[in-house]
Design a protein around this ligand. Structure first.
Ligand code: ADP
Ligand code: ADP
Ligand code: MG
Length: 642
C-alpha cells in the first residue's frame, strides 16, 4: 500500500464510462485535478469522453478488450501521467488484481487494497469471515464439493424455499430460487450457466430464501489512520430481478435497535478486513432481523441519496482518503429524505428489453433536482454496456415530501428517441405500498404488467389529448377527455373526427369531438389535467407526454381505410446480437404477442413478440446469425383490420 503521508493527487484517470465517469470527473474538476477518460471504439463520442481534459482509447467495443483490459488501462494511465485511478462501479472496480497492479505501478487506486477486496470478493469467503466476526449471515450451505448430488442433499438440509447463488455473483446475476427439491437441478444449471458466462466461475452456494424481505445497506468509509465511520443506511428494496430501481435514504420504519445493529455490524465487517476507502455492507432484513449479504468494495450506484441527506460529496471523501488524508468528522444525522430513480434505456412494455438509438430530445427537471446522466441530447445510446441512462435524485424535508418531488421530477423528464423505463418509475412513485413504506424486494415483480396503465387505454387518452390540442385554438381551455363526463368519446357519432396512427398499433384511433371547436394549433401543457400533460402539435403528427410515456400520433386523413395503413410490419432487431431461435416459419399464422424470435444480446436472452396478428411473409435470418441493430428479422402481413 502507498505511504501513510498525504500526497495531493494531480491527475485522475477514471477507468469507467457513462454517468459514473462523468460524476467522478465533476468532483475531480472542482478539486482542481486534471481528468483523463478512457474509452472503447463504441464510446469515441460519448459524454464521459467530452467531459475529460484528455481521453485515451483502450480498445474495441467489447468490454473484455477495452474497459476490462487491465494492461490497456494501466498503459493509458502511464501515458497520460495519471497519479490516481478511480474505478467507478462495475468493470474493474472490484478486481483485486487490478488494485494490486495499480499499487505495483505506483498509481493510487481510489478504493480498498487488493487484500480487503479479495477477502470480500467471494460471497462464500465473505460470509465465513463475517460469521467469525460475529456478524449474522443468511443461513445456508457453502462448500468445495460442487456436484449436483451434493448440492441437492445440502439443499434439503437448508430447507425451502432456497436460493442458489453464484459465489462470484454481482449485478443480480447467477441467482435462482428453488421452492422444492424437484426444482433444485434446474436452478443449479441455470445459476451455474449464467455465472460461468458472466464471471467465468460457476461455483455456487445455497442460502435460505427469505420471503418478502427488504434490502438495507450501510455506507461505510475508512481511512488509513484507523478511522472507520458508517454513513447511515439506504433502503434498496425496489428491485427488478435482483437489480435496484429506486433507492432511498434513510431506510424508513426500522426500529432504533435494528438500525444501530446494522450500522455497527457494517463497521465491524469493514474493520475485519482492514478496509480502506468507501464501501457498502448489504443486509437482507425481515422483521427485526438483519443478515449480512455481501460487501461491495466500491462506490455504489445509489451513493447520491446518502450525499443528499448528509450534504457531503462521497467522491471527494474517497479522493482525500486515497491521498492519505484522515477522514473528516462524522456528519450530523441525515437531514430530510432522499430518493434516487434509475432511468434505464429499456422498454418496460416489451419485457424490459434494452433499447438503443439516438437521444432526439432530452430534458431533465430543473430546480433542486440532481440528475447524473450518461448522455446529452443528440448522443447515441449504445447497447454494448449497462443500460443506465441517468439517475434522478430528489431531496425533501420528509419522506412524503421527497416522494412527491420524485413523481414531479419524473413527470418533468423527457427522453425522446430512446425508449426508457420512465413510465414504470412514475407508476412506482405512485404505488400505494411504496408510498406507505411497505416495500419488499418482490414488489416490482409482483406488480408485473399491472405496474403500467393498460397500453390501449393510455393510447386512447393520448389520442384524446392530441385531438384537444388540435381542435382547441388556445391551449389551456380543454380538459382531459377521459376525466370529462360529457362529450368526448372514442368511435362514437359526432361532429368532428380526428384519426391518428400510433406506432405498433394496427388500427387508426378515431377521436370524435361533439363540440364545434375551431381547428387550430395548440402547443404546451393542457391545463386542468393533473399532473400536467404535455402536447406538441407538428404539421403531420402530435406528440404527447403522458404519465412518463411518450406517444407519437401520426395524423391520418379522415376516411382512410384501416387496411391501407400497413397494419402488418417488419420485425427489426432492437439491438445488435445473435439470433438464438426462430419460432415461426414463412407462412405461419401468428397472434398478437406470440413469440417470434429469440435474440441474445447484452448477455441476456430476449424474446421478440408479434406486435400485430397476421401471416409471416418472410423470414430474413437464420438461427446462429449475428444481426445489426435495425436489421430486418422477418415480415408480417397484418390481418385486415375491420
Ligand atoms: P449481487 O452481488 O448480485 O448484488 P446479492 O447477494 O447482493 O447479489 O443479492 C442481490 C439481491 O438478491 C438482494 O438485494 C436481494 O433482493 C436478493 N437476495 C439475495 N439473497 C437473498 C436471500 N437469501 N433471500 C432473499 N433474497 C435474496
Ligand atoms: P449497486 O449495488 O452499486 O447498485 P449494481 O449491483 O446495480 O450496483 O451494479 C452496478 C453495475 O455494476 C451494474 O452494471 C452491474 O451489472 C455491475 N456489476 C456489479 N457487480 C458486478 C460484478 N461482480 N461483476 C460484474 N459486474 C458487476
Ligand atoms: Mg448486492
Amino acid at each position: 500500500m502507498s505511504s501513510p503521508v498525504a500526497r495531493p493527487l494531480r491527475t485522475l484517470l477514471v477507468a469507467n464510462r457513462g454517468e459514473i465517469a462523468c460524476r467522478v470527473m465533476r468532483t475531480a474538476d472542482r478539486l482542481g485535478m486534471r481528468t483523463v477518460a478512457i474509452h472503447s471504439d463504441a464510446d469515441v463520442d460519448a459524454l464521459h469522453v467530452r467531459s475529460a481534459d484528455l481521453a485515451v482509447r483502450v480498445g474495441p467495443a467489447a468490454a473484455r478488450e477495452s474497459y476490462l483490459d487491465i494492461e490497456a488501462v494501466l498503459r493509458a494511465a502511464r501515458e497520460s501521467g495519471a497519479d490516481a485511478i478511480h474505478p467507478g462501479y462495475g468493470f474493474l472496480s472490484q478486481n483485486a488484481d487490478f488494485a494490486d497492479a495499480c499499487a505495483v505501478a505506483g498509481i493510487v487506486f481510489v478504493g480498498p487494497g487488493g487484500a480487503a477486496m479479495r477477502a470480500m470478493g467471494r460471497k462464500d469467503e465473505a460470509k465465513a469471515l463475517m460469521r467469525a466476526a460475529g456478524v449474522p449471515v443468511v443461513p445456508g450451505w457453502q462448500g468445495e464439493v460442487q456436484d449436483e448430488a451434493t448440492l441437492c442433499r445440502e439443499a434439503e438440509r437448508v430447507g425451502f424455499p432456497l436460493l442458489v447463488k453464484a459465489i462470484a455473483g454481482g449485478g443480480g446475476k447467477g441467482m435462482r430460487v428453488a421452492r422444492s427439491l424437484a426444482e433444485v437441478p434446474a436452478a443449479i444449471s441455470a445459476a451455474r450457466g449464467e455465472a460461468e458466462r458472466a464471471f467465468g466461475d460457476g461455483r455456487l452456494l445455497l442460502e435460505r430464501y427469505i420471503e418478502s424481505p427488504r434490502h438495507v445497506e450501510v455506507q461505510v468509509i475508512a481511512d488509513r489512520h484507523g478511522n472507520c465511520l458508517h454513513l447511515y443506511e439506504r433502503d434498496c428494496s425496489l428491485q427488478r430481478r435482483y437489480q435496484k430501481v429506486i433507492e432511498e435514504c434513510p431506510a424508513p420504519g426500522l426500529s432504533v435497535a435494528l438500525r444501530e445493529r446494522l450500522h455497527q455490524a457494517a463497521v465491524r465487517a469493514a474493520q475485519a478486513v482492514g478496509y480502506e476507502n468507501a464501501g457498502t455492507v448489504e443486509f437482507i432484513v425481515a422483521g427485526e432481523e438483519g443478515w449480512f449479504l455481501e460487501m461491495n468494495t466500491r462506490l455504489q450506484v445509489e451513493h447520491p441519496v446518502t450525499e443528499a441527506v448528509l450534504g457531503i460529496d462521497l467522491v471527494e471523501w474517497q479522493l482525500r482518503v486515497a491521498a492519505g488524508e484522515p477522514l473528516p468528522a462524522r456528519p450530523a444525522a441525515p437531514r430530510g429524505h432522499a430518493f434516487e430513480a434509475r432511468v434505464y434505456a429499456e422498454d418496460p412494455r416489451n419485457g424490459y428489453l434494452p433499447a438503443g438509438g439516438r437521444v432526439e430530445v432530452l430534458r431533465w427537471p430543473g430546480g433542486a433536482v440532481r440528475v447524473d446522466a450518461a448522455v446529452e441530447q443528440g448522443d447515441r445510446v449504445v447497447t454494448d454496456y449497462d443500460a443506465l441512462l441517468a439517475k434522478v435524485i430528489v431531496h425533501g424535508s420528509s419522506r412524503e415530501a421527497a416522494l412527491r418531488e420524485l413523481e414531479v421530477a419524473l413527470l418533468a423528464s423527457r427522453v425522446e428517441g430512446v425508449t426508457t423505463n420512465l413510465a414504470a418509475l412514475v407508476a412506482l412513485s405512485r404505488d400505494a405500498d411504496f408510498r406507505a413504506g411497505r416495500m419488499t424486494t418482490g414488489l416490482i415483480d409482483a406488480r408485473g404488467d399491472a405496474l403500467l396503465p393498460d397500453h390501449a387505454a393510455q393510447c386512447g387518452r393520448a389520442a384524446g389529448l392530441a385531438a384537444i390540442a388540435l381542435l382547441t385554438p388556445t391551449a389551456g381551455a380543454a380538459l382531459d377527455p377521459w376525466a370529462a363526463t360529457d362529450g368526448w368519446r372514442v368511435q362514437g357519432p359526432g361532429e368532428t373526427e380526428v384519426r391518428f396512427m400510433l406506432p405498433g398499433v394496427e388500427k387508426p384511433l378515431v377521436v370524435v369531438a361533439p363540440l364545434a371547436g375551431t381547428p387550430g394549433l395548440a402547443d404546451g401543457a393542457i391545463a386542468g389535467n393533473e399532473p400536467p400533460v404535455e402536447v406538441a402539435v407538428l404539421p403531420d403528427e402530435v406528440r404527447v407526454w403522458l404519465d412518463g410515456e411518450f406517444f407519437r400520433l401520426a395524423r391520418v386523413a379522415k376516411g382512410t381505410p384501416a387496411e391501407a395503413m400497413g397494419g402488418g410490419g417488419q420485425v427489426l432487431a432492437p439491438m445488435p446480437g445473435a439470433v438464438l431461435d426462430i419460432k415461426v416459419t414463412e407462412g405461419s399464422q401468428v397472434e398478437r404477442g406470440q413469440p417470434l424470435v429469440v435474440l441474445e444480446a447484452m448477455k441476456m436472452e430476449h424474446t421478440l413478440r408479434a406486435a400485430v396478428a397476421g401471416r409471416v411473409t418472410a423470414v430474413d435470418v437464420r438461427a446462429g446469425q449475428r444481426v445489426r441493430e435495425g436489421e430486418r428479422l422477418l415480415s408480417i402481413e397484418g390481418e385486415a383490420a375491420g
